[in-house]
Every structure is written in structure tokens, then in C-alpha cells.
Design a binder for this molecule. Structure first.
Ligand code: FES
Length: 108
């Protein structure tokens, strides 16, 4: 394991998150939103919109993006970047499925 390898943590099962929904996990003071798409892909972003820190976990998941509930910015789940004319980026975390378990990559 090299210094860049994330530390993988089991954070629950895929079925714990509704399709096109999200669930939050805490990492110290930070809240990380885990999103599940319609086709069962998972993504992890800090639960903080790059516009004014809106809770992305309460947004609408669609087309590989989440629409922020506060002012409707659209954030890519894959890159964390604001789409269209808006500019900004939310921190991303590696996440993968191990069978039906969701593994979140933290650190290094
Ligand atoms: S806080 Fe997300 S769009 Fe304004």
C-alpha cells in the first residue's frame, strides 16, 4: 500500500440508499453525501454546494448530476464540478461497491 492509497471504510449497503437519493456519513467535522443513481452507481461528494454550501444530499439526482436544493446549481457527481455557466467544485471522495457493500475511500 503506497501513501496515496485510500483507506477503505464500509459505510453500509447499497439498499440503504434509495435510487436517485443520498445518505450522509460523518468524517470528523465533515459531512460526506453518498449518492446512488438510477442505474445503481455510487458517488461521494462533500455535502456542501460550491455556491453557498447548500446540502447537496437533499438535492435531486439525475443524469449523473445533483441539483442543489437551494438555488438549483447542477453539480456533476463524477467530477464535483458545477455545470453550465456556474463555476466551482465540491470535494470528491473515492467510493466503490464490494458486492452490496458501499466502500468509501478516505485519506491518506
Ligand atoms: S447553495 Fe447550492 S445553488 Fe446556491
Amino acid at each position: 500500500m503506497n501513501a496515496m492509497t485510500p483507506h477503505w471504510v464500509s459505510i453500509g449497503k447499497l439498499a440503504d440508499i434509495p435510487r436517485q437519493g443520498a445518505r450522509c456519513v460523518k468524517n470528523g467535522a465533515m459531512t460526506i453525501a453518498i449518492f446512488r443513481t438510477f442505474d445503481d452507481r455510487v458517488f461521494a461528494l462533500e455535502d456542501k454546494c460550491p455556491h453557498r454550501n447548500g446540502p447537496l444530499s437533499q438535492g435531486i439526482v439525475h443524469d449523473g448530476c445533483v441539483t442543489c436544493p437551494l438555488h438549483n446549481w447542477v453539480i456533476s457527481l463524477e467530477t464535483g464540478k458545477a455545470q453550465g455557466a456556474d463555476e466551482g467544485e465540491t470535494r470528491r471522495f473515492p467510493v466503490r461497491l464490494d458486492g452490496d457493500k458501499i466502500m468509501l475511500g478516505l485519506g491518506p
